[in-house]
Design a protein around this ligand. Structure first.
Ligand code: SF4
Length: 229
């Protein structure tokens, strides 16, 4: 039986009792919704305010996705939140049985529209975005390698734990303005974090529009989503 940490404010999101490893993620992602309990022998974070706006909900989901253990749980029944958590591979943090209606999706490809670009300029813009993420270049195990770009494609390799790299291939799509980024190898837990970083760049770039994310199964079914998770 999963127990809420007693100081959590009532509501859909809560921190499980006894599972805190002081990861620091809530402070950096959603400091106004979490609080620290500093006890004599240990510290424990808890939810002090539930999300009130769509932006709050996105911040809360980012904490769920980035926390080092599955300590932040969702007891609500909003199908959209449950779908996103399950598809991102975090279905086990949902209390509601609705979670069984969905399955994890490995979204390893995004198509989007961007005028006046080349594979090299897109890769360079993503590279600059990475190093603009607060604290990104201060984490010693993170590594980014930029390959040589051609007219056909550019590759960036990204790792949290070098030498295990994820490859991002920037390629032309079916028109002059359509672009495709493929993430390799197969998307697993860390690969989903790469998806979210890539989506952060796409969302932040005013020149990019019409994102279409898909897993292999979704491509075979002819469907795509406007966001990774
Ligand atoms: S997110 Fe989890 S591990 Fe991180 S500080 Fe909160 S309870 Fe602790």
């Amino acid at each position: 039986m999963i127990k809420r940490y007693p100081k959590n404010v009532p509501g859909d999101f809560y921190v499980e009792d006894g599972c805190c490893m002081s990861c620091g993620v809530p402070e950096s992602e959603a400091g106004d919704m979490f609080e620290w309990d500093e006890l004599e022998t240990y510290v424990h974070c808890y939810v002090r305010r539930q999300p009130e706006t769509p932006s709050d909900t996105e911040k809360m989901l980012n904490v769920v996705w980035n926390a080092e253990v599955e300590c932040i749980r969702y007891a609500g029944s909003d199908p959209e939140i449950i779908r996103r958590l399950v598809q991102s591979g975090e279905g086990s943090v949902c209390d509601d049985n609705l979670r069984h209606q969905y399955r994890a999706e490995a979204r390893d490809e995004v198509l989007f529209v961007r005028d006046n670009a080349t594979p090299g300029t897109l890769a360079a813009e993503f590279h600059a975005y990475l190093f603009g993420i607060p604290g990104f270049d201060e984490r010693p195990r993170y590594a980014v390698r930029m390959g040589a770009a051609s007219e056909r494609e550019a590759i960036i390799r990204l790792s949290w734990f070098a030498p295990h790299f994820h490859r991002l291939r920037f390629r032309r799509g079916s028109t002059e303005s359509e672009w495709r980024v493929q993430i390799e190898p197969e998307i697993k837990e860390a690969g989903r974090a790469v998806c979210r970083i890539l989506q952060g760049w796409l969302d932040s770039n005013a020149n990019i529009r019409d994102q279409r994310w898909s897993s292999r199964a979704e491509r075979m079914a002819g469907i795509a989503q406007p966001f990774a998770y």
